[in-house]
Design a protein around this ligand. Structure first.
Ligand code: NAD
Ligand code: AKB
Length: 317
């Protein structure tokens, strides 16, 4: 039986990924960890959980050794907006935490490790439409530069120590279960909650702001497809571009209005506008498509219809 460790399991992605990993590997085979304990209603409250701060190297070491972990999904991170409020914390968690996970993986010969990267690796000097796979990586946020560092050090461990480490540059992830954790693309989730509960939303980016986005089912699908792919087919390791959809904030509001005609969206850009402006409009993901058969299932219309349906059910609307 595989022994799987998930860091940051309580976050937007981890809280949906962990139950799916438990269906695949068995509930007791997947150890969820975070700095916060999940509530009793959490989707992964049914299995093993440990409080783990990824900055604690000894804690990671002993957990990987004692539980004989052979696969790690390293989801713990500080995202872009929170990272700009506290750049040092972002560096310590995103780079220091990742270094601790890599060292434990090396020392105890962990078979496979997943670590997400982000569209935040790109910066204003990157071609924006689309951002190529191999291109200029000069981000302007601490989050972005921690993710570039993470990609490079992950690739180093593949080539230097022969580890099997895999990573995707996720676009902004849209989902209906757990709230997003302090990023710039959070507006594309918040807008649904406000549209359904209040029929009004004040968006923190301009209406013409276009960003790459992806619906959670595609995020999980891409993650598992990359982790299942034959190592020999992979031409990249820690930095695959993956695309889902791209739209402007105004296009998203218009799509939501097809389901909630009275919805009103206003715009009051804040410091996150500059972060959004430094990221690309869309990604060239042809290597992911060729190497491990990546195809997204959701576009703006199908994602919006599903989000509205789920949240209306949740809020009894
Ligand atoms: P999130 O902020 O929702 O969750 C991150 C989790 O990490 C939280 O539960 C938090 O409690 C935990 N955490 C924070 N500091 C920690 C520490 N010191 N030790 C242990 N845990 C700690 O983030 P997410 O959206 O679930 O993102 C997961 C991964 O995907 C991250 O690497 C993120 O950079 C990446 N990513 C996410 C998106 C997105 O839109 N959600 C886009 C691109 C990349
Ligand atoms: C953020 O906005 O910080 C994240 C990301 C795109 O990495 N959602």
């Amino acid at each position: 039986m595989q022994r799987v460790l998930v860091t940051g399991a309580g976050g937007q992605i981890g809280s949906e990924l962990t139950p799916i990993l438990r269906k695949r590997h068995g509930t007791s085979g997947v150890v969820a960890t975070d700095i916060r304990r999940p509530g009793a209603a959490s989707a992964f409250a049914d299995g093993p959980f440990e409080i783990v701060d990824v900055r604690d190297r000894e804690r990671i070491r002993s957990l990987v050794a004692d539980l004989r972990i052979d696969t790690i999904y390293h989801m713990a991170a500080i995202l872009s907006a929170t990272g700009e409020a506290n750049p040092r914390l972002a560096w310590e968690v995103n780079v220091g935490g990742w270094a601790n996970v890599l060292e434990a993986a090396r020392e105890f010969s962990v078979g496979r490790v997943f670590c997400p990267s982000s569209i935040a690796v790109f910066g204003p000097e990157t071609p924006r439409d689309p951002a190529p796979q191999l291109t200029v990586l000069r981000p302007t946020t601490m989050y972005g530069l921690s993710k570039v560092t993470g990609e490079l050090v992950g690739d180093y461990y593949v080539h230097r120590y022969g580890l099997d480490i895999r990573g995707l540059r996720y676009p902004g992830i849209i989902s209906s279960e757990a709230p997003p954790g302090g990023g710039t693309t959070d507006y594309a989730v918040d807008i649904f909650y406000q549209a359904i509960q209040a029929e009004q939303y004040t968006c923190f980016v301009r209406p013409d702001t276009v960003l790459p986005m992806m619906y959670m089912p595609d995020c999980i699908k891409a993650t598992l497809a990359l982790m299942d792919a034959d190592f020999g087919r992979l031409s990249r390791h820690c930095d695959y571009n993956v695309a889902g959809m791209s739209f402007s904030a105004a296009e998203l509001a218009a799509e939501i209005r097809k389901h909630i005609p009275s919805f009103v969206c206003e715009y009051a850009p804040d410091f996150r506008q500059a972060i959004a402006d430094s990221w690309p409009l869309c990604l060239d993901d042809s290597l992911a498509r060729g190497d491990w058969d990546w195809r997204p299932a959701y576009d703006l219309a199908t994602m919006t219809a599903d989000m509205v349906r789920r949240l209306k059910l949740r809020f009894g609307k």
